[in-house]
Design a protein around this ligand. Sequence first.
Ligand code: NAD
Length: 490
Amino acid sequence: MKTLQNYIGAQWTDSVCKETLDVVNPATGDVMARVPFGPETSADVDTAVQAAQAAYLEWKAVPVLRRIQPLFKFKQLLEENREELAKMITQECGKTLAESIGELQRAIENVEVASAAPMLMQSEFLENIATGIDEYMIRQPLGVTACIAPFNFPAMISFWFLPYAIACGNSMIIKPSEKVPMTMVKIFELIDQLELPKGLLNMVHGGKDSVDAILDHPLIKSVSFVGSTPVAKYIYARATANGKRVQAQGGAKNPVVVLPDADVEMTSQIITDSVFGCAGQRCLAASVVITVDESEKIRESLYESAKARAVGYGLNKGVEMGPVISPESKSRIEHLIGKGVQEGGSVLLDGRNTKIADYERGNFIQPTILENLPLGGELIKTEIFGPVMTLLHMKTVDDAIQFINGGAYGNMACLFTSSGSSARKFRHEAMAGNIGINIGIAAPMAQFPFSGWKESFFGDLHGQGKHAIEFFTQTKVVVERWPKEWSRKF
Ligand code: NAD
């Protein structure tokens, strides 16, 4: 069984750590590879940082127009290898092939947007701030940067950061999730063809040990993290205490509100896609569906749509939902469904104890719908991160907004309606960083920041777009005087 290598200084190298974890296909239960995982991975981080620092010193002097050239080849390679990469995402992460292809598309779009760095890095200039004195601002890179990624988008999430970091003149170390490291290995096989300065992009495997080494390393200037809220908080606290710039995106519990004037059929289709797409393992998955006033028609329609979802191995044709990432995750989700029942909820559709023919070792849960959960209970606040919809009913849109704003997370909130004024009110009042109006997954495109509020985000600048350019540069303001008397007369 192959043990995955790190990519450091443009070389594939064995980790100094000999302890490993299995990388397991969540649908078949087959072990696909082993990934280095243990305290000694921290030594790999230091080796990568030394390589990245040397590359940064060279790269920061390269004009931005030349720095973006490798991105064009990168886009082409990603497109040429889209099918193969998508297959790998499905094999190690479990989502369907169509979902994996969609994920890659979002990754590629970030490469495209980052190639606008020569425009996006432009800054401000004010002539004559005082007589004969001008002032302007320039953007310079930070140095060695790091990205720590979660399991649920093995390719896309690193692309919220990676292309911007290098276009702005930084080097980067990527630490993929130990649960899904193989997609990033394939992506680094493409990066290897870009002829970047050695050490500009590095990949180091591991878990908490390699993360801690990143958080503490004095030469690492910034950390871009995406994952669960407790880890995001920890990363933010430790890395900022060490003087680093940090953007840490956390977990979610996303509400969607359905008003009685919403189109029932379209709404229930979009909501079930949102809740059950990627088996509910998306940070923008709808989780709590709140019907306002009229609820019976939408309840029935959601039930039918959820029940009809075809569950199986994501590589197989016709499959609409794959497994969850691990046996631990499956039993955690099933336990949470049980907890909902203990708290007084009822199960409208029960996806527990699922077995899929030919995939008995897979971590499958069928779509599940819970109702009547008490608002004061624990489950209504807990991120389930699985294919579970919670149905709530409220009297008014104000009640729904109040409920949303009282929640700990603020990743996304959506409204389904045909009323412009209700939509406008919701957009204005709902406290979440990404708002959807008749949209189930309000995922910002690469041109926009991947926003998130409250416990869903720690930091100031998000991933993607102009925020990423700001995050990966530090501003320098120059005040300049050129007295006329010093000029040679021509
Ligand atoms: P996770 O927090 O368990 O792991 C994320 C990364 O942190 C991994 O690389 C992991 O190795 C590392 N890590 C885990 N525990 C650590 C610890 N104790 N100390 C240091 N590092 C540690 O998250 P996950 O399970 O891989 O991903 C799912 C979570 O990510 C969900 O909560 C989901 O909502 C969230 N997520 C958020 C966004 C967003 O944009 N807000 C996007 C995707 C996923």
